[in-house]
Design a binder for this molecule. Structure first.
Ligand SMILES: Cc1cc2nc3c(=O)[nH]c(=O)nc-3n(C[C@H](O)[C@H](O)[C@H](O)COP(=O)(O)OP(=O)(O)OC[C@H]3O[C@@H](n4cnc5c(N)ncnc54)[C@H](O)[C@@H]3O)c2cc1C
Ligand code: SF4
Length: 326
């Protein structure tokens, strides 16, 4: 055990002051406590933010949704507005982790969670993400769960969050509050690809606090859903997943929002699939042709050569389910 201090912030100002002085925010604690116990991370000061007033889900002026950073995964999944307007968010959460942990874990903590690469969590292994410059044990090691898209020589780890895949598909944005004030970052820029600095994972500046995730208003009716393929039916991370939202009017697909999980170093938006769908009639032949573009550019590793094909099939199946011709 190593010494660390613990403080509970009563106000956002108190939290930001502690954050500015190097304090590390802790919300539900379901992942940071594990990482600390495993000595993967060594925060000197933990700042408990669980009392801050960031627990609301509200409809924005433009008709989108704003989910407070401290709303639990379970509350978000159960929220009536979320379930009726963006079922893809509720489904991605219900297919995540366990019921007990969903009660504790928060939306802010979820999108900030770190990779589940086993070498990252094994402090005896080489890992550029944990210890820059030490190498990547996964490249030549067991890499069945690893990424095939967005990888770099330095790191091939996947981003593990399910709801982040739904947020990426829906083109959400993240509200941040920091020493320099408030800002809003598009979800596409929030999680960073590894490049040569895999230790930098999010576009969060030192001391910044996530206050909310905002989902833009999308045309109605919108049908959406999430499909997760994994080795066992619960309590398991995705081998592949697909978040799909479709707006069909006058018998034609007018909007298509598609992203994949389990395959990218970040949740993987699929613009080529979306473009293939827009302007088309939602007929049976369309889904496979669109999904065939999902794995474009994939670079499999030794143990995950099955992923590009599995990705195409996952996307195809979810398009068919949401598109209504299953
Ligand atoms: C066994 C197990 C299985 C899991 N399976 C899944 C799964 O299938 N799918 C899935 O998506 N997830 C899964 N998870 C991950 C789980 O969803 C996360 O542990 C959880 O969402 C983290 O939320 P938290 O509030 O507990 O975060 P914490 O542990 O409190 O914090 C996590 C990180 O976020 C930072 N942070 C938290 N809140 C803020 C904020 N408001 N502003 C800035 N920084 C912040 C913390 O500093 C820390 O770095 C699993 C976890 C476990 C332990
Ligand atoms: S894939 Fe990334 S997280 Fe895993 S060992 Fe390599 S550098 Fe570390």
């Amino acid at each position: 055990m190593y010494p660390f201090s613990f403080t509970k912030a009563a106000t956002t100002r108190e939290a930001l002051n502690a954050g500015r002085n190097g304090g590390r925010y802790i919300a539900g604690g379901t992942t940071l406590v594990d990482l600390t116990r495993e000595t993967v991370e060594w925060p000197e000061t933990l700042v408990d933010i669980s009392d801050l007033p960031l627990r609301e889900i509200t409809v924005t002026e433009r008709g989108g949704l704003r989910i407070g950073a401290l709303v639990s995964m379970a509350e978000t999944a159960a929220n009536r507005k979320v379930r009726t307007t963006y079922p893809v968010i509720a489904e991605s959460l219900e297919l995540s982790v366990s019921a007990q942990l969903r009660n504790m874990a928060t939306i802010g903590g979820n999108i900030m969670q770190r990779t589940r690469c086993t070498y990252f969590r094994d402090v005896t292994a080489a890992c550029n993400k944990r210890e820059p410059g030490s190498g990547c044990a996964a490249r030549e090691g067991f890499n069945r769960m690893h990424a095939v898209l967005g990888t770099s020589y330095a790191c091939v780890a996947t981003h593990p969050s399910d709801v982040a895949v739904a947020f990426a598909a829906l083109e959400a944005s993240v509200h941040l509050l920091g020493p320099d004030g408030e800002r809003q970052v598009p979800f596409a820029d929030f999680l960073l690809r590894p490049g040569s600095t895999p230790d930098r994972e999010q576009a969060v500046r030192p001391g910044e606090l996530i206050t909310a995730v905002e989902i833009p208003a999308l045309p109605r009716p919108l049908k959406s859903g999430y499909l997760k393929v994994r080795d066992r039916q619960s309590y398991e991370f995705a081998l592949t997943s697909a978040a799909v939202a479709l707006h069909v009017r006058g018998g034609v697909i007018r909007e298509a929002k598609v992203a994949a999980g389990g395959v990218g170093t970040v949740p993987w938006k699929l613009p080529a699939v979306e473009q293939h769908l827009i302007g088309e009639r939602p007929l049976e032949a369309l889904w496979a042709a669109a999904a065939a573009k999902a794995a474009e550019g994939a670079r499999p590793l030794r143990h995950n050569r099955f992923k590009p094909e599995l990705l195409n099939r996952t996307v195809e199946r979810q398009l068919r389910i949401v598109g209504g011709t299953k």
